[in-house]
Design a protein around this ligand. Sequence first.
Ligand code: ZN
Length: 499
Amino acid sequence: MKFAYIILTLACAACASAQSFPPVTSEALQALIDLDELRGGAQQLQDFAYAYPDRNRVFGSSAHNDTVNFLAEVLRSTGFYNVEVQPFVELYSGGDSALTINGVPTNNTLFTYTPSGTATAPLVAVSNLGCATSDYPPQATGAIVLISRGNCTFAQKVTNAAAARALAAIVYNNIEGTIAGTLGGLGEYVPTVGTDLATGKSLLASLQNGTNLIATLEVNSVLENRTTFNVIAETKSGNHDSVLALGAHTDSVEAGPGINDDGSGTIGLLNVAIALSNFTVTNAVRFCFWSAEEFGLLGSTYYVTTLNETAPQELAKIRAYLNFDMIASPHYAYMIYDGDGSAFNLTGPAGSAEIESMFEDYYTAAGKTFNATAFDGRSDYGPFLDVGIAAGGIFTGAEEIKTDEGQDIWGGEEEIAYDVNYHQAGDNIFNLALDAFLLNTKLIAHSVATYATTFDSLPLPASLSRRHAREMKMRRDSYAGADIHGHFHHHCGTEDAEL
Ligand SMILES: [Zn+2]
């Protein structure tokens, strides 16, 4: 297969012989990162999406498979990597929905993993946040229930609605913006859609005024097992008992092509991997391109759990895992995962604090202001934390509103989301902040050069790290369940299952 986007020429200046390759240095690796190549890569991913009517790169789609094949082919053609395309099967959920209230079409979004169904019934508001069965009045039976987001998982709310023998559920957002909820998998659920805060408030006010509302909800849910693929590329050279792993996710949501989320991380990593082929490494470097992150970190979870079951000694060889999910948000902030727990009290395994420091030093040297983002496991580093591997990464912000503090520090427009096109059709090549894209890819290069040379700056993995990992997972889970409006966490992947 031939691709319009060819960046291989970069690698071949030093192709004469393996012996002529110099040891990698941060400066030399960063010097090979080129903005035109990054833009070309982002364009290529968009072209894959736009070649099909759905215009997305959702896992298992043709455009996503094209992405996977492209990555594998480019990485193989460097000759520098052993490339594995790792298949796995996961449940895909898609479809469409329609909602009318008293005959008026009403804004709604399909919940992931909702069952199908059609119902016309009175709309009944539940008490509180619908997290307790006692929140559901007797009138909920045979009705369509209206529930606020917040405090417990969507799955909990919808399980309660089903137990109350409601016919369907509408969950309204408790913050501005589109609600994109997931039930996290199959369960004892009723057909469920989300709606926005203003719609939810208005419906609730009508019900509280005693107005009778009749809702008609039609949910056509497509649930099918799909085979999809991780791409794992490890340097042929270097010490394979002492591995630096890095990851980005290759899939988008249904709504758009996913060029910032996470085309930016994907192309950033790919360009660093290509550049690295001009050097020698001391420690092996493993570039991981995860599928199905948007459906709950499925690719990275599959990879880590499979290794844990079949070859746990291989996991122990991973000295650090670095994650890059959204590195070029249009109203970006430079945010580093809070590995030392200083800002969010969620500390990572031994070594995570040192990784955070390494990124802080990079931004400081570049004259950039940075902040911490919660180390809550809501992207593909979560499964690595769960098995006690030191981890870190950066993030430029998603749907949260950039805070006043952020406004002062980073400039830019006030009262606007870091990524106004988060999980939407507009997450295309025009949604990238190119200065952040370039600097953050150079930061990736710096981290690769640093740890490909030596892990001396990281403590040896502690024997207690797995116990620590279990304790921290419990705290991360409770953090996720309690936090509704956190400004500095990544709303990719599983988060919406939690809130
Ligand atoms: Zn993402």
